[in-house]
Design a protein around this ligand. Structure first.
Ligand SMILES: C[S@@+](CC[C@H](N)C(=O)[O-])C[C@H]1O[C@@H](n2cnc3c(N)ncnc32)[C@H](O)[C@@H]1O
Length: 319
């Protein structure tokens, strides 16, 4: 039975919940309990049965609560983020993987299982922590998974996770060619040349030259926020997710555009494309793919909250 005396664990938790609530943290009880579990080493369910917290743990807990009140992401404080069946190391310099991306991966896994290839070749463009690539390798036996990242800090986290999780993923340092300047909004004129593999070729294609036309699946969660959303994002996002993980030009579609162009070259005929997008882009992302003229079966899908979240398509056969 828990006892609420000053300095006890229940009292510390209640004080933390009050401070986190006042700071505008969305899930104060859950965050307080996760920090307490991290500090004490107890599983979360045991906290309700625990009356005491040692003085050193209490100091550490209070320190972490102060940092969470300052809106440092919970995952940065505990150093990990859960994603599907994996626990990934995360921290400054890398995007914290989000639950909605788990649904994106679920669709990709179903598509590959339905295709029935023994050793599907999969590419995760804009891999960040490696969450998507590592989940594909974890849940798709035999898959040959490649992960691409451009930002050096994020690349280091991806490599660290591949090492520690021990799944076979090849990590590449390459630029997917995301143009956030807004100079390149006429995607249809670029796409005509990309689709035929002449003219504009994304830089990442040089790095993955051996895979051109042989890839079964391209998955990506690229940056997808519009420039005009800069003052709307939560502090955890605006101050702690790397800018390159977030911003995608005036219309927020620069990432989708670049991924579609690279995928058009990399995928074999009938290969599957899955791109996460902003909930603002449930119409624009599919329209963009249809305009390229090299995609069939273009469909948009919601996440578990019912928000438009990702677009899928299959590579039309080259003539
Ligand atoms: C929204 S984050 C997604 C990370 C990870 N896939 C996930 O779902 O957690 C987008 C990632 O794209 C990377 N990125 C941005 N521009 C890039 C480019 N031009 N080439 C390759 N990666 C890029 C960022 O560094 C960031 O890691």
């Amino acid at each position: 039975m828990s006892v609420r005396t000053p300095g006890s664990l229940p009292a510390e938790l209640d004080d933390a919940v009050a401070a986190l609530t006042a700071a505008g943290v969305a899930s104060p009880r859950s965050d307080a309990e996760q920090l307490a579990a991290y500090v004490t080493g107890h599983p979360r369910w045991r906290l309700a049965l625990t009356a005491t917290i040692s003085p050193p743990d209490r100091e550490r807990f209070r320190d972490l609560v102060v940092r969470r009140v300052a809106r440092v992401p919970l995952q940065h404080l505990v150093g990990t983020a859960g994603f599907r069946y994996l626990t990934l190391d995360v921290g400054p310099g890398v995007f914290v993987p989000r639950p909605e991306t788990e649904t994106v991966v679920g669709w990709a896994l179903d598509a590959m299982r339905a295709a029935g290839r023994a050793e599907p070749v999969c590419v995760d463009l804009c891999t960040g922590s490696g969450a998507i690539a590592l989940s594909l390798a974890d849940e798709l036996p035999g898959a040959r998974v490649h992960a691409v990242e451009f930002e050096p800090a994020a690349l280091a986290w991806a490599r660290r996770n591949v090492m520690s999780i021990g799944r076979g993923v090849t990590v590449h340092h390459a630029d997917v060619g995301i143009d956030v300047t807004g100079r390149n909004l006429d995607h249809t004129s670029r796409s005509r040349s990309t689709a035929g593999s002449t003219g504009h070729v994304p830089a990442v294609v040089d790095e993955l030259a051996d895979l051109v036309g042989r890839v079964d699946l391209v998955v990506s969660n690229p940056p997808y926020l519009c420039d005009d959303e800069r003052d709307q994002v939560e502090p955890e996002v605006g101050r702690h997710d790397p800018p390159a993980a977030l911003w995608a030009g005036p219309d927020g579609l620069a990432g989708v555009r670049a991924v579609a162009e690279a995928a058009a070259v990399l995928l074999g005929d009938g290969g599957q494309l899955v791109i996460e997008h902003s909930d603002r882009h449930g119409s624009a992302a599919p329209a963009l793919l249809r305009a390229y003229g090299c995609w069939d079966d273009v469909l948009d899908h919601p996440d578990l909250a019912g928000r438009d979240r990702f677009v899928t398509a299959s590579r039309r056969a080259r003539g």
